[in-house]
Design a protein around this ligand. Structure first.
Ligand code: COA
Length: 154
């Protein structure tokens, strides 16, 4: 069974339209969070090969505003797995449509997704690390997993 970080990586690419905007003309934070949640869910479902739910969202940071007409690319990749839970590292990078500018990181977050079978948490495959970069992601994910457990079990 394939279960490495690159296999489950998910990418969503969208142009921001007026329907994504808040009353001030920037893209609505909630619209961006929905894209992140969906992308994290796809990555988790690919890894678990089954149903997943969002259990938790940590550290959503809005680094820069996004405007109508920008192209956003949301990337979700597994960073660590516990028994039934998965840590997904999610980011949104943004390009301007007019000149396809260099990508800039606009949002980052960590999602915890849990695999369910018959509505109960179920074991997920081990996460295989293949490169040095993936090793770094895994170490970060492991740290987050431990910090998060300490927080919510406190
Ligand atoms: C997420 C959920 C399934 C966890 O159920 P639970 O009965 O608490 O299950 P457990 O205590 O056995 O925990 C299962 C895993 O979730 C993790 N978990 C549970 N609550 C968590 C929380 N608040 N934050 C982070 N991880 C959490 C546990 O650490 C455990 O991880 P592990 O299996 O890797 O060790 C349950 O709380 C739920 O259904 N929540 C609603 C989900 C939802 O509706 N999401 C929005 C729509 S997708």
């Amino acid at each position: 069974m394939i279960s490495n970080i690159s296999f489950s990586r998910a990418e969503t690419c969208l142009i921001m339209e007026p329907m994504h905007s808040n009353p001030y003309g920037n893209v609505h934070g909630g619209a961006l969070m929905k894209i992140m949640d969906n992308t994290a869910g796809i990555a988790a479902a690919k890894h678990a090969k089954g149903t997943v739910v969002t259990a938790r969202v940590d550290e959503i940071v809005f680094h820069k505003p996004i405007h109508v007409g920008d192209i956003v690319t949301c990337i979700g990749q597994l960073a660590y797995v516990g028994k039934s839970s998965m840590q997904i590292m999610v980011s949104i990078v943004v390009h301007e449509l007019s000149n396809y500018s260099e990508p800039e990181t606009a949002l980052t977050a960590f999602f915890t997704m849990v695999h369910l079978v018959d509505n109960k948490p179920a074991k997920v495959p081990e996460l295989v690390v293949s490169t040095k970069e993936e090793e770094e992601i895994y170490k970060l994910g492991e740290r987050k997993y431990r910090d998060i457990r300490l927080k919510y079990k406190a």
